[in-house]
Design a protein around this ligand. Structure first.
Ligand code: FES
Length: 163
């Protein structure tokens, strides 16, 4: 079957029920998208389907059809993805990194539909992405920074003095 991934058409030899995650990782060698729980509960496998965040571990490749798939390898080509990745670097969000492809995909989908999200918007959009290292505070700050171009309050957390 043919798949549109990161703006290019790929022909893959997959059974219809093969999860999109394994098509991306094993057939297309795009290994930035991670396997976490395998039950669509942790968010590590998040990719975009037409700009919306979906869990690729539970999505059969036959359900993708003509929809555009974007993975972490392609998200930096979008304006929102660039802003999110730059804020992630500026605030040193990542700890072990395993969850972070999924975090960036969910954050970019949020920023695309809600250009200036509130804390509540962020918490709602990111609640399905689990981070065992507990980077949630930096993730929230990085999304604010990507939205506004200015860091909001992280200084207080880092060194205990007012920003
Ligand atoms: Fe380690 Fe999130 S950075 S699981």
């Amino acid at each position: 079957m043919k798949l549109d991934v990161n703006g290019a058409t790929h022909e893959v030899d997959a059974t219809p029920d093969m999860p999109l995650l394994w098509v991306i990782r094993d057939l297309l060698n795009l290994t930035g998208t991670k396997f976490g729980c395998g039950m669509a509960q942790c968010g590590a496998c998040t990719v975009h389907l037409d700009g919306k965040a979906v869990r690729s571990c539970q999505l059969p490749v036959s359900a993708v059809g003509d929809h555009a798939v974007t993975t972490i390898e392609g998200i930096g080509k979008t304006p929102e993805g660039t802003k999110i990745q730059q804020a992630w670097l500026a605030l040193d969000v990542v700890q072990c990194g395993y969850c972070q492809s999924g975090q960036i995909m969910s954050a970019t989908a949020l920023l695309t539909r809600t250009p200036n999200p509130s804390d509540a918007d962020i918490d709602a959009a990111m609640s399905g992405n689990i981070c065992r290292c507990g980077t949630y505070v930096r993730i929230r700050e990085a999304i604010h920074q990507a939205a506004t171009g200015t860091p909001a309050g992280l200084q207080v957390i880092v060194d205990g003095s007012p920003a």
